[in-house]
Design a binder for this molecule. Structure first.
Ligand code: NI
Length: 137
């Protein structure tokens, strides 16, 4: 392993407890190992290949359709980025919540911008973007 640098992380006790639970469930040997994976994951989402590289992926959204004008805004944004969206699947989970999965392809930077705009809408409870290089790794 390359030389490593240690750094301190401050967390509220409740958050640390949840983090330790996550480590246990996922089978990490140490907090350092888990933090390394989280950092890699974040960097991967942020900088996958080059910003101009073509990627394929999914944006999985959980949202409350009763939030003010969310359905209209969601549809409007998806039309704005229609060239990046190959398909969408919408599932009505209960009276209020919807699960929507967008299959996306295009330039990583544009897909990230679209995902950020959609995730910023009021009423979007979760939004996870997964991208993979279209060229293969
Ligand atoms: Ni729905």
């Amino acid at each position: 392993m390359d030389k490593v640098t240690r750094f301190g992380v401050s967390l509220e006790p409740a958050l640390l407890k949840k983090f330790d639970g996550l480590l246990k469930r996922k089978g990490y040997a140490s907090r350092s190992e888990a933090v390394r994976d989280l950092v890699r994951q974040a960097l991967n989402e942020e900088g996958i290949s080059s910003p101009k590289g073509n990627v394929v992926g999914t944006l999985t959204l959980l949202y409350d359709h009763d939030a003010s004008h969310l359905s209209d805004r969601m549809t409007h944004l998806q039309h704005e980025y229609h060239q990046l969206i190959s398909s969408t699947t919408h599932i009505h989970i209960d009276h209020h919540r919807c699960l929507e999965v967008l299959v996306v392809s295009g330039k990583a930077s544009q897909i990230r911008k679209m995902a950020d705009s959609i995730r910023a809408l009021k009423g979007v409870l979760q939004g996870e973007l997964v991208m993979a290089s279209a060229k293969g790794v």
